[in-house]
Design a protein around this ligand. Sequence first.
Ligand code: HEC
Ligand code: HEC
Length: 259
Amino acid sequence: MSRILAAAALTAAAAAAPVAQEVENPFSDPPDRRAGQGSFGVHCSLCHGADAQGGGETNGPDLTTGRFRRTSTLAGLFNIIRDGVEGTAMLGIDPDEPDRVVWQIITYLDSLTPNPTDIDLPGDAETGQALFTGRGNCAACHMVNGRGGRLGPDLSRVAERRDPDELRADLLDPDAAVEPRWWTVVATTADGAVVEGLRMGEDTFTLRLIDADERLRSFSKRELRSYERSKASTMPSVRGTLAAGEVDDLIAYLFTLRK
Ligand code: HEC
Ligand code: HEC
């Protein structure tokens, strides 16, 4: 297997592996919630506030929004509480405490977050799903539950991290805040051909990108006439191609994917 193919296979495997999302909280009954609240008061409230809404002298963040800056998975949340966040005031819980206590705290935190079914969405999820795989062309770039393209982030659980307004902004203004991982590269080869894609890697001598057909391309920098990185997204805005109601439908669809 060539190195390029090996790299492509590696990225594919990395993208497809769900990050331990199958983990389930084994201590999630009402008595666990009460125990978790008690443990939170003992171990966490000093920094995260008595009701977990943050503040306090030590400035621990609000933990009631249902979304965390450091992780988007249950396993990730568990690890933060168990082991802490290196280099910050967030130390892991006392190692003598059993995992059960961590799970119970998570159950307590979970009970504070807004219930997804409370969110009233105007769109129609079924129409949204049809748009996603059909005319909206979203599936060309985005994976949902293992199906779709790899030119954008997996959207299976995006609605657990983004609220409806944020999702609307993602669709209307994709260029607004693009993570470096999704920056675009435009390379012009010596014979004038222009290749555009996602930057996969770069060192002193070579530039690797994935083009719109999901082909991994590798260029020797010396052979390129020029190349340019752009903080813009490769995702086209839906402004002008989809009606406002259709955007609502897509958002409703993405919300049905929440677990
Ligand atoms: C000494 C203060 C302190 C204590 C005690 C503490 N935390 Fe934290 N915690 C922090 C700070 C500060 C951060 C922000 C760290 C960062 O990401 O920069 C944080 C971050 C977190 C995060 C990640 C938040 C995010 O948005 O990614 C979680 C979850 C968390 N704490 C849960 C807990 C729990 C549960 C406890 C009790 C077992 C606890 N913390 C105890 C100070 C504390
Ligand atoms: C040409 C590829 C492409 C197409 C087509 C595309 N996207 Fe994207 N999308 C991306 C990329 C790349 C990103 C990450 C960069 C960014 O934030 O714009 C992204 C980001 C997103 C995000 C934010 C994800 C996050 O993790 O915060 C959402 C939501 C989204 N797209 C939904 C859609 C929907 C719905 C459609 C169909 C109407 C669509 N995309 C069409 C490539 C695409």
